[in-house]
Design a protein around this ligand. Structure first.
Ligand code: FES
Length: 157
């Protein structure tokens, strides 16, 4: 990150701290705003948030790790989330995971090089009797087979 970019980011975070207050309870709001603007919360921003709120950087990082809508690297334009909870797991979600990973050339948690897709696990989406389930952005697909999952990805591509 260039010095000018760092300075701009610091200034931006200072304004957010001014807006939400220099308090631990402002942390989530501040992170949310940074995420919204930059699509991620880079290392430097984490350090600056910690410095300005006078908390430990580990605390900032643990909040980011806890909330799935916060991330340290920009995600792909399409977010693929595969349910990893027990019912879907028992209905062979692993075969779907393998097919998706093979088709996109990434592992769970990764983003394709062209930034088109990020693949993640998610927890139960409330469709346990219709698993394995997978969401692509806002749309949920059920009773998946590996073939059907690949077909869906190709439609999105
Ligand atoms: S276990 Fe997968 S949707 Fe509930």
């Amino acid at each position: 990150m260039l010095v000018a970019e760092k300075n701009a980011l610091t200034e931006e975070i200072e304004q957010l701290v001014e807006k939400y207050g220099k308090d631990r309870s402002a942390l989530l709001e501040i992170l949310h705003e940074i995420q919204k603007k930059h699509r991620s919360i880079p290392d430097f921003a984490q350090q600056e948030v910690a410095r300005l709120l006078e908390i430990h950087p580990v605390e900032v990082y643990s909040v980011i790790s806890f909330y799935t809508f916060l991330n340290t690297e920009p995600k792909g334009r399409n977010l693929v989330r595969i349910c990893q909870t027990i019912s879907c797991d028992m209905k062979n979600k692993q075969a779907v995971v393998n097919a998706v990973e093979r088709e996109l050339g990434v592992k769970i948690g990764e983003t394709t090089r062209d930034r088109k897709f990020t693949v993640e696990y998610t927890n139960c989406m409330g469709l346990c009797d219709q698993g394995p389930a997978m969401a692509v952005n806002e749309r949920v697909y059920m009773k998946l087979t590996p073939e059907k999952a690949v077909e869906i990805l190709n439609e999105v591509k």
